[in-house]
Ligand binder design. Structure first.
Ligand SMILES: Nc1ncnc2c1ncn2[C@@H]1O[C@H](COP(=O)(O)OP(=O)(O)OP(=O)(O)O)[C@@H](O)[C@H]1O
Ligand SMILES: [Mg+2]
Length: 380
């Protein structure tokens, strides 16, 4: 197709990231050549770091998707880096990330480094009961199904639900050295949730703000998460201390905002989006939960009013990630601790969009934000 320029292709490729390294395929010198033909075919040679690269399909798919989005016809040829090329890239990555340093901000908020975690995505809303925990759980489940190493951190200390959704209640949490070992779900997702530390999961956590803040920080810094492609954070509702702690203390790369069709939900969601913007956490996009329901007769009904997620997303200038139906099976499986058995095309597609949008978050956002937090507002 005419009109696709080499520059546009390079620009699109600069947003395709290796999820393990959080750097773009261009920065990682994985793109060996780009040729744009008269017929709109865009030939790209993609050099993998190793022949057995576990992310081959993901990288190839993401490069193809970036080209298709421009209107080009992708033709991706795979090759493997030479030893020298690999050494050069390794040096680049080391230079970029150094170690997983921990900083303290001028306002004494500890800001933790990424360590071995490549992408940290929060799921939040501002409003309670809109399906944040279900969305966070399904994001982890779908990413795991796609072959990634995934963890889920339940940052809702007083209303924890991750352990219940994954059926982890009653399992014992152990420590190794001075770190807590996260539990593993059936499909191998690492999980930590306040309920795992309580004798009676129905008992209330009656804690004041500072203790809640400390618990959220410890769930990140004192847990042996190990190497992860994605850590998903199920956020507490509201724009309170606890939510701000997630944004300011943890090195969140981006936040997925969950809304539902009620007018009031959209208003509160707007406050949440503005809070994320204020603390400079990139918004990955908005997903509208409980947007519609399918009757057994095949009719579609709108139990909570007409969907308005797309409009809200446009109003705030953020990507719209899709509409999710009310599905009693999701609620049943979540209640029964079997959320990993739930599958739905709508959730799968929404998570695919989340992953693609998250890939476009430039690592420099994170570095810039860490730096700003390090030196205090006004730093560059
Ligand atoms: N699309 C859906 N279809 C059916 N049930 C749903 C859907 N989304 C959420 N639910 C159910 O609604 C209830 C609330 O969902 P969830 O706990 O995920 O919301 P939340 O925003 O995390 O709530 P809180 O603010 O209390 O943390 C749960 O029982 C959940 O199973
Ligand atoms: Mg919740």
């Amino acid at each position: 197709m005419a009109g696709v320029s080499r520059e546009a292709v390079l620009d699109a490729l600069s947003r395709v990231q290796d999820p393990e390294l959080g750097m773009s395929v261009l920065e990682l010198r994985m793109i060996k050549s780009v040729e744009v033909g008269q017929d709109g075919v865009v030939k790209v040679v993609l050099a993998l770091t190793t022949e057995a690269c576990p992310l081959t399909e993901t990288l190839k798919h993401d490069v193809e998707a970036a080209i298709s989005e421009l209107g080009g016809k992708p033709s991706v040829e795979l090759t493997v880096m030479t030893k020298q090329e690999l050494d050069e890239v390794t040096a680049l990555v080391r230079k970029r990330y150094g170690d997983g340093a921990t900083y303290t901000t001028s306002s004494s908020i500890p800001v933790f480094g990424h360590g071995d975690i490549m992408k940290i995505l929060a799921v939040g809303s501002g409003k309670g009961g809109v399906g944040k925990s279900l969305m966070a759980a399904m994001t982890a489940v779908e990413l795991r199904r796609a072959g990634f190493d995934v963890g889920i951190l339940d940052a809702d200390i007083t209303g924890a639900s991750v352990s219940e959704a994954f059926g982890l209640g009653g399992m014992e949490v152990v420590a190794e050295g001075n770190k807590i070992v996260p539990l593993q779900t059936k499909s191998g997702i690492k999980a930590i949730s306040m309920n795992l530390f309580m004798d009676n999961p129905e008992g209330a956590v009656i804690w004041r703000g500072p203790l809640v803040t400390k618990a959220i920080q410890q769930f990140y810094s004192d847990v042996a998460w190990g190497k992860l492609h994605y850590l998903i954070i199920d956020m507490p509702p509201g724009t309170s201390d606890a939510a701000i702690t997630v944004f300011q203390s943890l090195p969140v790369d981006g936040v997925v905002v969950v809304s539902s069709p009620q007018g009031v939900a959209n208003l509160i969601v707007g406050k949440f989006i503005n809070m994320a913007k204020t603390v400079k956490v990139p918004v990955i996009g908005l997903v509208e939960n409980m947007a519609y329901a399918r009757c057994p007769c095949g009719d579609v009904i709108y139990p909570f009013g007409h969907p308005s997620g797309q409009e809200t997303a446009e109003k705030h200038g953020i990507p719209f990630l899709g509409e999710l139906p009310v599905d009693s099976r999701a609620a049943e499986l979540m209640d029964a601790g079997h959320i990993e058995d739930y599958a739905s095309r709508e959730f799968q597609e929404a998570v695919k969009r989340i992953r693609l949008q998250a890939q476009m978050l430039h690592p420099s956002n994170r570095l810039r934000r860490d730096w700003q937090l390090q030196v205090g507002e006004g730093g560059s």
